[in-house]
Design a protein around this ligand. Structure first.
Ligand code: BGC
Length: 278
């Protein structure tokens, strides 16, 4: 737990007592979001892959250390039965759900002419079908439970982790960019469908954030220099930069925000190569 996370008081966001499920929360952006929500008094379910059990247990411990409540659950978000079982366990232990953070995501880069069907399929399965399955379970629970105006103005909140690559084409990552383009229209279609039920669906589009997924882009001095050429704000993002946006989107402070994507990217999506050119 770092000082930024500890500074999040239980009162700032009015989230205390709400229940959240975060996918892919054993490391990187998902972990930071889980810690931030935990500090804000939210009870959290830490979804992770079986091989990340130790890391997930540590995230739960860190939340418990600040007086929060969390449990870890291993499930593949692209597996319908595992997702259904995870949501059933959450309802059994915490009673309901208020916030879903669809965060799990993977990359599998290849020259397009060499990309295998399984590379294509795996990325679409985790990044897009996983969001479909988890969002469907969340929506079912929000509709079943209905409004709880004393808890939140919205009857439920879904936050999808997209990417600047829902907008910026990405050579050698066509599967990833296609999945994130899909996330954008999945998110907006859900917002349109469920706004009348007071369910809010939004997305965060991170730029380059210092996490294991893009280690090769920041690990060496040379890689970092090349990366910073793509970031007008001239620093790499940290997982907490994204967690702060997620906290706000989960809270009633953003109650009128629905069907929108927040780009949190140091202006990476402002096409920096066009500065003084074109
Ligand atoms: C990817 C990172 C990449 C960033 C900016 C993210 O969506 O996961 O690997 O560094 O976009 O290109």
């Amino acid at each position: 737990m770092n000082t930024k996370q500890r500074a999040i008081s239980k009162d700032t966001f009015g989230l205390s007592g709400q229940i959240a499920l975060l996918t892919g929360a054993s490391s990187g952006i998902g972990r930071a979001c889980a810690l931030a929500l935990g500090c804000a008094g939210v009870k959290v379910v830490i979804n992770h892959l079986p091989e990340a059990s130790n890391e997930a247990a540590k995230v739960c411990q860190e939340i418990e250390d600040v007086g929060g409540d969390a449990f870890a659950y291993a499930a593949d978000v692209s597996n319908e039965a595992q997702v259904a079982a995870m949501f059933a366990e959450m309802v059994a232990r915490f009673g309901t759900l208020h916030i879903l953070v669809n965060n799990a995501g993977i990359e599998s880069s290849a020259k397009f002419q060499e990309m295998t069907l399984s590379q294509w399929q795996k990325v679409i399965d985790v990044n897009l079908t996983g969001m479909f399955l988890c969002s469907r379970e969340a929506i079912r629970e929000f509709l079943r439970r209905g409004a709880q105006p004393d808890v939140s103005q919205a009857s439920g909140k879904i936050i999808c982790m997209s990417s600047v690559h829902q907008e910026i084409p990405w050579a050698f990552e066509a599967n990833y960019a296609a999945s994130k383009g899909g996330v954008d229209l999945l998110m907006r279609s859900l917002a349109q469908e469920f706004a009348p039920q007071k369910i809010r669906v939004n997305a965060v589009a991170p730029g380059a954030i210092r996490t294991p997924i893009n280690r090769s882009a920041w690990r060496t001095e040379e890689a970092m220099k090349n990366l910073l050429d793509l970031i007008p704000y001239k620093r790499i993002g940290e997982p907490d930069d994204i967690a702060q946006a997620v906290l706000w989107l989960a809270s009633d402070l953003s109650d009128y925000m629905n069907g929108a994507t927040m780009f949190v990217d140091g202006a990476m999506s402002a096409y920096p190569a066009f500065r003084g050119a074109g």
